[in-house]
Design a protein around this ligand. Structure first.
Ligand code: GRF
Length: 213
């Protein structure tokens, strides 16, 4: 191993402790294909994180079923009052659950609500998200459709830190995806998701080895 590699490894060991895995909490609202990719990377020895809890605002979300199958603690977030965010009281309960599970990094994987002060303050610069475009282009919903409508020749996906804005936090990594003649929204989204499933575990691995702090 190169001197630079050794230095990086030493830093990672100091930061994490030799055998300790980064404890993550995963929030998602949908089918959970990114979480599935994270689980596959762990199983394949490519990612040394420990998913401590999975939380979803949809009781029937696929991501919860995946957590159940994998024997990972999971919980439903019940928010009767708002659709696009959590009330402060409920978000505080989410923070309490994450802390109880000793979560160090919050991983948003298709979580469809804005993150507000209770969680942002409790996990400052420790919340990451994956978005299906090359941010800052096409923030918000159905970014692949926005890209098709804009007539651009390529789009992609972005892993970024989460701040109070809509997909506006600091970019950590991006992957470019081509747009082909005759692409439908479904085809393009599927192609972006293939890139996401590669990019998200790879970025989390960079947190584990101390490259991103
Ligand atoms: C992904 O396309 C991600 O970019 C966006 O939500 C989708 C989640 O998909 N934030 P999945 O639930 O991980 O399959």
């Amino acid at each position: 191993m190169s001197p630079a590699g050794l230095a990086k490894l030493r830093t990672a060991c100091i930061i994490r402790g030799a055998m300790e895995r980064l404890k993550i909490g995963v929030l998602g609202s949908g089918k959970g294909s990114n979480f599935r990719a994270i689980l596959a990377a762990i199983a394949g020895g490519r990612l040394e994180v420990e998913p401590r809890i999975v939380m979803s605002d949809h009781a029937d979300a696929g991501i919860l079923a995946l957590a159940r199958e994998a024997g990972i603690a999971h919980a439903v977030i019940c928010e009767p009052s708002f659709r696009t965010k959590l009330s402060p009281e409920i978000e505080k309960r989410v923070v309490a659950d994450l802390r109880k599970a000793e979560v160090e990094l919050v991983v948003l994987a298709g979580y469809m609500r804005m993150i507000k002060a209770p969680l942002l303050e409790a996990y400052s610069r420790r919340i990451v998200n994956i978005h299906p475009s090359l941010l800052p282009a096409f923030p918000g919903l159905e970014a692949w459709k926005q890209a098709l409508e804009a007539g651009v020749s390529e789009t992609g996906c972005t892993v970024h830190f989460v701040d109070a804005g809509m997909d506006s936090g600091e970019v950590i990594a991006q992957r470019t995806v081509p747009i082909h003649e005759g692409d439908t929204a479904a085809l393009l989204h599927a192609r972006i998701q293939v890139a996401e499933h590669d990019l998200y575990p790879a970025v989390l691995a960079r947190f584990c080895d101390g490259e991103i702090t």
